[in-house]
Design a protein around this ligand. Structure first.
Ligand code: NIG
Ligand code: FE
Length: 407
């Protein structure tokens, strides 16, 4: 792999320091090198600094150069919570919701998640891989160089495992969301979990890195979530939860009890939950697009940061509650709706998101030793990424030292 030099960058921007995860005051500290360069060797960042310090005579003859004039560089974005592995869409449901039907009503009437389960089961492994490839390309074009994606639209053995294989095959980080909804062929949640833990977990544990559950009225309750996650944790999967999306139902204390990697959503979490998370090592993954898309209140993000919680941001990309693959839009919402600064938003979808995926120290910074995943903006000021709502400033995406996408 040739050496890559990105030169004459208007700014090289990275969450400051070397620690991960970042919390409290450290979340908002970025380092900005003006008129800088990034040197990548063998897919890794070898050096970052001002152009004046570049040792040009030490570069190999076959070095590939990328012109950074007028551009800011930030770390490749990390989307630590998506449901990108789905077939079909829910455009008809979107139209119904626009005229007043609620997401929960559609779900209890057998639509919602179960509509996507139907389409995903019918797609077959090749159809599913093709759909995921389409979605992966959308994410990449918005600067996402690493994505997590969950199963949860199969809810039978064959399709859950096919989803996990498709995610790994597309270079994503697979999470087994075996407890997303109760499929219609089971009488209740407990009967479904009996099946999933006995028949799917043994193979899913070898394919996925984490396990996730939708703890919510109409999905799984605390006792069921605990049973599912304890079994998954014993099989080597890191516990994660969808919790407090619509109702505050015990997900935060359960996450702390289990030592979960993260608890995600938190739109309905109150002050006690904020305090509990602030005093814990469970990451709070905030998904402002889901709140916006469903017209719900935003989570108490600033309070979480002030309480010292590990805050990460993600898209929640899925066909029902968040049909949006753009982390720059998430960053805009973080700044305009959640009260975070651009620097906090950047750290939350780089270093802290990498921590949620167990990849801190390798992903999320422009610094020596990190993977050479870089986003070049067609703006000289990196804050345009969050400032220009819906603006398309991602110009070039470098993944492991090679150009993976160009506008
Ligand atoms: O995180 N709330 C549960 N799961 C997803 C939505 C999945 C869907 O609607 O298809 C979420 O919002
Ligand atoms: Fe989700």
């Amino acid at each position: 792999m040739p050496t890559l030099l990105v030169r004459d960058l208007a700014q090289v921007v990275s969450p400051a320091g070397v620690l991960a995860p970042l919390r409290g005051r450290a979340l908002g500290e970025v380092s900005v090198v003006e008129q800088g360069y990034v040197l990548c060797v063998n897919g890794e960042i070898a050096a970052v600094g001002p152009m004046g310090e570049l040792q040009a005579d030490e570069l190999p003859a076959d070095v590939v150069e990328l012109d950074g004039r007028g551009r800011a560089a930030v770390p490749g974005l990390v989307d630590c919570h998506t449901h990108a592995c789905f077939a079909g869409d829910r455009a008809a449901e979107f139209e119904l919701r626009a005229s007043g039907a609620s997401y929960e009503e559609l779900h209890s009437a057998g639509g919602g998640i179960l509509a996507t389960v139907h389409a995903t089961r019918a797609a077959g492994e090749n159809g599913l891989a093709a759909a995921l490839e389409r979605h992966r390309a959308w994410m990449l074009a918005h600067g996402t160089t690493t994505f997590e994606a969950k199963s949860g639209y199969g809810l039978d053995r064959e399709t859950e495992l096919a989803q996990l294989r498709a995610v790994a095959g597309a270079g994503g980080v697979p999470t087994w969301l075996g407890a997303h909804a109760v499929p219609p062929e089971f009488p209740d949640a407990d009967a479904y979990l009996d099946f999933a833990l006995a028949e799917v977990l043994p193979t899913a544990a070898g394919l996925a890195e984490a396990a996730d559950v939708f703890l919510e009225r109409g999905a799984f309750d605390v006792a069921q979530a605990r049973r599912y996650l304890e079994a998954c944790r014993a099989a080597g999967l890191a516990p994660r939860l969808h919790a407090d999306q619509f109702t505050e139902a015990g997900g935060v204390p359960l996450a702390v009890e289990l030592g979960a990697r993260s608890v995600d959503h938190l739109e309905a979490t109150g002050r006690d939950g904020v305090r509990t998370l602030g005093a814990s090592d469970v990451a709070a993954v905030l998904l402002p697009v889901a709140a916006l898309f469903l017209g719900r209140a935003m989570p108490l993000a600033r309070e979480l940061v002030d309480a010292g919680a590990i805050v990460a941001l993600a898209t929640d990309f899925n066909p029902g509650s968040a049909f949006c693959e753009s982390l720059p839009i998430v960053m805009s919402l973080a700044c305009t709706q959640l009260g975070l600064s651009p620097a906090q938003a950047l750290a939350a979808c780089t270093v802290n998101a990498a921590h949620v995926l167990g990849r801190a120290g390798r992903l999320g910074r422009l610094a020596p030793g990190y993977a050479a995943d870089i986003v070049l903006l067609d703006a000289a000021d990196w804050r345009y990424l969050a400032y220009h709502l819906g603006g398309e400033h991602v110009a070039v995406v470098v993944k492991e030292g090679e150009v993976a996408w160009e506008r």
